[in-house]
Design a protein. Structure first.
Length: 330
């Protein structure tokens, strides 16, 4: 699956503006809101860029100040934006609000993204043959098809183009209950899972999006057999306290029929958003470099753990920082 360290990764999904109260204050009771740009696939692209991998993020942004600011944020992180589509007048950038939570009070997320520029994307807006020319990897998530017919069809076409060009495809089964309310996600998500070379998700997402459950370390082999994936990664977050999380994952390699479990990183969490996205970026970067799947797993989990220690959606760990963390755990 290795394409070499110079390979370009293409990610596709919606970029959002996040607003959060400072510290541990509650939403709508605080007079202040801090702003961060993010979105699952944008987070992957940013993390890849800081790991030294060329990343090209594809989305649809509105014309105007917010769309311009989103573009500038990506470019400051070293992400390529040449294939981003700009929407005409009247379109908007999706928003989401995050209340961090504290002690007995859980984190709360409120979405305001209906009718966004990305939700109204036309599959004809993008020429995937051109976008994917020379790419070494394509990545998206289970969030995108939840956003409407336009995003779902556009993603399906992107994956079909990647498969036709023999570009490896990874799908992270991110589950957002608010986006699927009243709809069965399986008919939409299962065809995407069947075309993924690498499938990523936690147990709750796998259950919600694919209806698959399994005990112990048998979930990875079961998913690989059912959907034909070469590699399946199951992530796990154990909440040990108000700010203390344990981060780990298992990997199943269908080629060798071998399973591996990563080391468990116990982290004092600054911001829990984006850990899974950074882990996905670490996995892609390591596999592209030619690391063995078990080594790639350790690298990926370390990237995700480091993300939890910084504020905002973006993870900016460098390869040197990640390798140092991996060595500390050996």
């Amino acid at each position: 699956m290795s394409r070499g360290t110079a390979a370009r990764v293409v990610t596709f999904g919606e970029m959002l503006l996040r607003l959060s109260p400072p510290g541990e204050e509650r939403l709508f009771e605080s007079p202040e809101l801090q702003t961060f740009f993010g979105g699952a696939e944008a987070n992957v692209a940013v993390a890849l860029s800081h790991l030294g991998v060329r990343a090209d993020y594809v989305t649809r942004l509105p014309e105007g100040a917010l769309g311009d600011a989103a573009l500038d944020a990506l470019r400051r992180e070293g992400v390529r934006t040449d294939s981003i589509v700009r929407a005409g007048g009247g379109s908007r950038l999706g928003l989401y609000f995050v209340e961090p939570g504290a002690d007995l009070r859980a984190m709360r997320v409120v979405y305001d993204r209906a009718g966004s520029a990305f939700a109204q994307i036309d599959p004809l807006d993008l020429d995937w043959t051109r976008v994917l020319a020379g790419a070494g990897w394509f990545h998206s998530t289970g969030i995108t098809p939840a956003l409407g017919d336009g995003p779902a069809v556009t993603l399906a076409r992107a994956i079909a183009s990647a498969r036709a060009a023999h570009v490896p495809v990874s799908v992270d089964l991110n589950y957002r209950e608010a986006l699927w309310r009243g709809r069965d996600p399986r008919p939409v998500v299962e065809p995407l899972a069947r075309q993924a070379d690498v499938l990523i998700g936690n147990r709750d997402a796998v259950r919600a999006l694919l209806g698959v459950e399994s005990e112990g370390d048998t979930l990875g082999p079961r998913l690989a057999e059912r959907y034909g994936c070469g590699i399946v990664v199951i992530t796990q977050r154990d909440i040990l306290g108000p700010r203390e999380h344990a981060w780990s994952a298992t990997l199943y390699d269908a080629a060798t029929r071998a399973s591996a479990r990563s080391r468990r990183h116990v982290v004092q969490v600054v911001d829990r958003v984006g850990g899974g996205d950074s882990s996905a970026a670490g996995l892609i970067a390591a596999l592209l470099e030619g690391q063995a799947p078990t080594e790639a797993l350790e690298f990926a989990v370390a990237v995700g753990a480091l993300k939890l220690t910084v504020a905002g959606d973006f993870g900016r760990a460098t390869r040197e920082e990640v390798e140092h963390r991996v060595r500390q755990c050996t």
